[in-house]
Design a binder for this molecule. Structure first.
Ligand code: FES
Length: 160
């Protein structure tokens, strides 16, 4: 697979940071970096990461299956993750997810037809004290209300 020079440099730095025989530790960050550039994790990418980290494609595939932030399907330009785990559930996370679904016109793990947004109901994202919490790409938003969510989505739509 061909990647940008920047990504190749990141891969090289990453692999150098682990001792010989420990390159399997680079699998998750390498997948995340590649996903950011390529958009999703294809079978070809799994094989590429396996080759570079000296593990089997099956081992990489198992990692992809375990972590919810790794996606085999292309995501929207903005990936909206709504937590519905216990703290967020108590504070309206489920209603917030339903509201996001209605506002965006898509269901769980779906992408808008224009490719701008995708939506996912997720487990705890580590922001329980500020529930209900959502994550938009790498940005966290706390104490999110349906009104606040609409405002965030409107702002992002205007920027795109
Ligand atoms: S339960 Fe939602 S952030 Fe932890």
């Amino acid at each position: 697979m061909t990647f940008s020079p920047d990504l190749e440099a990141r891969f090289a730095k990453l692999l150098e940071s682990y001792p010989p025989g420990r390159t399997r530790s680079a699998v998750v960050p390498m997948l995340l970096y590649a996903q950011d550039e390529v958009g999703h994790i294809s079978h070809e990418l799994i094989e590429e990461v396996a080759r570079r980290c000296k593990v089997t494609p099956l081992q990489v595939d198992e990692v992809v299956g375990y972590y919810s932030m790794l996606h085999k399907k292309p995501q929207g330009k903005v990936h909206v993750q709504v937590c519905t785990n216990i703290s967020c559930l108590i504070d309206g996370g489920e209603e917030l997810f339903q509201h996001a679904s209605k506002t965006l016109g898509i269901g769980n793990k779906e992408t808008t037809p224009d490719g701008q947004f995708s939506l996912e109901e997720v487990e705890c994202i580590g922001a329980c004290s500020w529930a209900p919490a959502i994550q938009m790409n790498y940005d966290f938003h706390h104490h999110v209300t349906p009104e606040k969510l609409d405002k965030l989505i409107d702002e992002l739509r205007r920027k795109q």
